[in-house]
Design a protein around this ligand. Structure first.
Ligand SMILES: Cc1cc2nc3c(=O)[nH]c(=O)nc-3n(C[C@H](O)[C@H](O)[C@H](O)COP(=O)(O)OP(=O)(O)OC[C@H]3O[C@@H](n4cnc5c(N)ncnc54)[C@H](O)[C@@H]3O)c2cc1C
Length: 342
C-alpha cells in the first residue's frame, strides 16, 4: 500500500512547463530522490516534446487548462493539484477511464466494478441528456438472427442477461428500472437465391443456442395471413429471446447500478491527450498516452487525468476519440478506426 502511494505521489511530482500559446508542452526534469520509482526503463535516453491534441476548435478560445499557470517547484505543484484550481469531483487519477457513458460505457463500468470492487472506474459523458447517443435513439430491438458467430453469442448472452436482470442490476433488493421487454420474434424473409444462406445461418444460430425456425412460403402464409409472399421462398422466425425493450430504461438501470457500486460519472468531454514520445537506446520510438484532457461541463476548464487504461465507448464518435489517441494519425498508427457519426 505504501509503495503504491509513494509511486503515485512520485508520479505526480513530474514538473511540467507549458511552453507556448499553441499548447505544445515541454517536459523538464523530475525532482525525485527515489530513482527506482521514476525510471522504469533505464535505457531511455530522452523524453521529447509532448503533444497536446485538442479537437474542439469552436470552444478553444473559451477554455483553459487548469495547469496553465507555470509550476516552478514541487510545492507549487502540490498546492495547485490539491487546492484552488481543482474542481472537487474531478480526480487526478483513476484506474480505468471510460470515454462515453451510454449503454456500452455504462455496462463496461458495471462489469468492471462488479468483478473488481477496488478498481477506480471513471466514466466521462459530455451529454447527460444523451440527446444524440445511439442508445436512446435506437429501437431497442434484440435479435438472435445474425450470420457472424460473435454477434449471435453476444445476443444470446444479452437475452440471458435480461432474463436475470434482477440479479444483475437491482440495488439493495429493489427491482431495477423496468426495461419493458416485449417478446416478439423477428421475421426475416428471402427469395429463392437466399435459401442456402438462410439454412446455413440457421444452422450456425441453432448451434450457438439461438431459437429460430425456418418457414417455407406456404408456412409463412399460414402463420402470417396478412403477408404478401410473392417472390418469397423462405423465412426465418425467432421463437424465443427476441423482441424489444426500452433502451432509455436499460441505460438508466446500468447507470444507477454502476453508480451504486462506486463508479464515478463526470459530466465532461474528452478533448485530447497529453502524449509523450520516448526514444529508447535501441532507436525505437514509443508513443505513450500520458494523461487524458478532460473538459469539464461545470466550468469549461480542462483537467488532465492519469489513467492506467482508457476505454473508447464513444459510439459514433469512437473514430474521433481514437484519432486523439493517435490511431489513424500518420506515423503513429496510420489505420484509422472507420467509425464516424452520420
Ligand atoms: C436509429 C437507430 C436504431 C437502432 N436500433 C437498434 C436496435 O434495434 N437494436 C440494437 O441492438 N441496436 C440498435 N441500434 C444500435 C445501438 O443503438 C448502438 O449500437 C448502441 O446504442 C451503441 O451504444 P454506445 O454506448 O456504443 O454508443 P452511444 O449510445 O452513441 O454512446 C456514446 C456516448 O459517448 C459520448 N461521447 C462521445 N464522444 C465523447 C467524448 N469525447 N467525451 C465524452 N463523451 C463522449 C456521447 O455523448 C454518447 O453518449 C440502433 C441505432 C440507431 C442510431
Amino acid at each position: 500500500m505504501t509503495l503504491r502511494l509513494t509511486r503515485r505521489f512520485v508520479h505526480q511530482l513530474f514538473i511540467r512547463r507549458y511552453a507556448s500559446k499553441d499548447s505544445s508542452i515541454t517536459t523538464t526534469t523530475t525532482t525525485d530522490s527515489n530513482k527506482d520509482l521514476t525510471t522504469e526503463k533505464s535505457s531511455e535516453i530522452s523524453t521529447v516534446k509532448r503533444a497536446f491534441t485538442l479537437i474542439n476548435p469552436k470552444t478553444v478560445h473559451e477554455i483553459k487548462r487548469i495547469d496553465d499557470t507555470p509550476i516552478k517547484n514541487e510545492m507549487d505543484l502540490i498546492r495547485h493539484r490539491l487546492t484552488e484550481n481543482r474542481v472537487k469531483n474531478i480526480p487526478i487519477e483513476t484506474d480505468v477511464l471510460i470515454i462515453g457513458g451510454a449503454i456500452m460505457g455504462s455496462s463496461i463500468a458495471y462489469f468492471l466494478k462488479q468483478r473488481s470492487p477496488d478498481m477506480k472506474v471513471t466514466v466521462l459523458e459530455r451529454d447527460w441528456n444523451y440527446t444524440t447517443s445511439s442508445t436512446v435513439l435506437s429501437a431497442g430491438g434484440l435479435r438472435q438472427q445474425f450470420a457472424l458467430e460473435e454477434n449471435i453469442q453476444m445476443s444470446v448472452y444479452g437475452a440471458e442477461f435480461l432474463k436475470h436482470i434482477r440479479d444483475h442490476l437491482s440495488i439493495l433488493d429493489e427491482d431495477p428500472v423496468p426495461v419493458s421487454f416485449h417478446h416478439n420474434g423477428y421475421l426475416l424473409c428471402g427469395s429463392e437465391q437466399s435459401v442456402k444462406l438462410f439454412e446455413e445461418n440457421h444452422k450456425t444460430q441453432t448451434s450457438l443456442g439461438a431459437k429460430s425456425k425456418l418457414l417455407t412460403a406456404s408456412m409463412l402464409k399460414e402463420k402470417f395471413p396478412w403477408l404478401n409472399t410473392d417472390g418469397i421462398a423462405i423465412g426465418c422466425y425467432g421463437i424465443q429471446n427476441e423482441g424489444w425493450l426500452d433502451p432509455w430504461a436499460l441505460l438508466n438501470a446500468f447507470r444507477q447500478k454502476a453508480l451504486s457500486l462506486g463508479v464515478l460519472y463526470l459530466n465532461a468531454e474528452l478533448v485530447g491527450f497529453d502524449k509523450s514520445k520516448r526514444v529508447w537506446a535501441d532507436g525505437t520510438i514509443e508513443n505513450q498516452l500520458d494523461k487524458a484532457l478532460i473538459l469539464s461541463a461545470d466550468n469549461n476548464r480542462i483537467y488532465p487525468m492519469d489513467s492506467s487504461f482508457f476505454i473508447n465507448a464513444a459510439g459514433p464518435w469512437a473514430g474521433e476519440v481514437a484519432k486523439m489517441a493517435g490511431i489513424g494519425v500518420a506515423g503513429e498508427y496510420p489505420v484509422a478506426l472507420p467509425v464516424e457519426p452520420r
